[in-house]
Design a protein around this ligand. Structure first.
Ligand code: UD1
Length: 415
């Protein structure tokens, strides 16, 4: 046994929803190396005797302080080793730029394995490059691990659905978060041997940071604390709703966006609706002249308008989610986080690639019609919502992933 034997991994992050999925894996690698350094002889299976070098690559798909940097500090993610600085662009331009710049990194670093997470353009771009790279005359290339594999909305009009399908079909190790993922991959002919049901690394982050998030002062900053609690004690939390919208299919057409906002009017007349708006959404609502629905960050709720605030960091958002009466969203990840927190969620979409959140969790699909949104929010606010936590969403997914990775690399090297 040689405890100093090293394997090299590249982990890629690019856009906001990647950061909370990758953070626990990066932490698991660090802890693995620390354990190995302290007691190399005490590690269990032979495959754990690798020390793991992780090269963190940020594509720069998201680049603002609010969309990127803040998440690194909130989630204790180390500074990226490589920043590709890709930025915004059309799907083709952005993906192409990721591919061009990532290929150089891959050829220079020659890792044993690539980890990509989620379904954004950076995920697909880096997976595709790796599938076609060749380090030598034998066609040696890194293994490709896809974290959050197998999810399907069955709506190919969503750019993310294309990214999911293509990434899964070039991946060697597919890490699945929920039962539906196993079924989808089987139906698409992916061999079972490549597929590993490990749970959800985004929930690892949530469980790791929930206590810290609870001490965020965001409720005070947004004046969501009652002066007197229900029993007259100080510091109760006001009843409020939390809203996020950014899907191109919801905000890029004026008619659809307007419809959704009208569907939310009843809710905003009932309680404050806090809306941390994504840059795409902010741009669109100004372009479409929809400002009449919104009050500003410091405005008060008296006029029943939605309170527009800047995009929030991970800890502030987690705190707001945890105390909300209802969360209305078109995000994928938020459907899962509210499920884990037991907070009622209304998803403003016709479909979800995360059906476990509806089956087991607290999520309902509202569609995008005015009436659908009204009814779903009313239902979620008035009836008692109960839900459970899906299988293996237990905070240990990243460790399971790392165990499989070490084992598979060992297997490959001993061939
Ligand atoms: C991307 C992901 C989506 C994910 C979302 C979370 C794809 C196909 N989509 O969509 O799955 O849910 O991130 O946010 O990868 N912008 C800024 N600052 C930034 C980043 C973006 O202002 O830091 C603006 C730019 O004007 C850009 C627009 O937001 O054109 C959209 O960004 P982009 O990365 O293209 O897609 P998202 O809508 O963020």
């Amino acid at each position: 046994m040689n405890p100093t034997k090293k394997i090299k991994i590249i982990t890629v992050v690019g856009a906001r929803p990647n950061f909370m999925k990758a953070a626990p894996i990066i932490a698991a690698i660090r802890e693995h190396n620390e354990r190995l350094a302290i007691s190399p002889g005490l590690e269990g299976a032979a495959d754990s005797h690798f020390s793991v070098q992780n090269v963190l690559v940020h594509t720069g798909q998201h680049y603002d302080e609010a969309m990127s940097d803040r998440f690194f500090s909130d989630l204790n993610i180390p500074k990226p080793d490589v920043h590709l600085g890709v930025g915004s662009g059309s799907h083709a331009a952005q993906t192409a730029e990721v591919m061009k710049r990532f290929e150089e990194v891959l050829l220079r670093e020659r890792p044993n394995l690539l980890i990509v997470v989620g379904d954004v353009n950076s995920t697909l771009g880096c997976a595709l490059v790796t599938a076609k790279i060749s380090f030598d005359a034998n066609g040696t290339r890194p293994l490709i691990a896809h974290v959050e594999a197998g999810l399907r909305s069955n709506d190919r009009g969503m750019p993310e659905e294309i990214n999911r399908i293509l990434t899964d079909h070039v991946a060697d190790l597919l890490f699945v978060t929920e039962e539906s993922g196993l079924q989808n991959l089987r139906e698409e002919g992916i061999p079972d041997a490549k597929v590993h049901f490990v749970g959800n690394t985004m929930i690892d982050s949530l469980l790791a940071f929930k206590d810290k998030a609870d001490s965020s002062d965001i409720l005070d900053r947004l004046r969501l604390r009652n002066r007197n609690g229900a029993n007259g004690s100080a510091g109760g939390t006001a009843r409020y709703a939390l809203l996020t919208l950014h899907r191109p299919s919801n905000v890029d057409q004026r008619e659809t966006f307007l419809n959704i906002l009208e569907g939310l009017e009843e809710l905003s007349n009932t309680c404050p609706v806090i809306f941390p708006a994504h840059p795409r959404t902010q741009k669109k609502l100004a372009e479409f002249g929809l400002e009449r629905f919104f009050g500003t960050e410091n405005g008060n709720h008296a006029d029943g308008r939605i309170r527009l605030v800047e995009p929030l960091g991970y800890l502030d958002f987690l705190c707001l989610m945890g105390h909300a009466a209802v969360v209305v969203t078109d995000s994928g990840g938020i459907q899962e986080e509210t499920t884990c927190l037991g907070v009622p969620c209304v998803t403003v979409r016709e479909n979800t690639e995360r059906p476990v959140t509806v089956k087991v969790g607290t999520n309902v699909l509202a569609g995008t019609s005015k009436e659908g949104i009204r009814q779903a929010t009313r239902q979620q606010l008035t009836s008692k919502v109960s839900g459970g936590v899906p299988e293996a969403w237990d905070g240990r997914s990243a460790q399971r992933i790392l165990d499989v990775i070490c084992r598979e690399i060992q297997k490959k090297q001993s061939l």
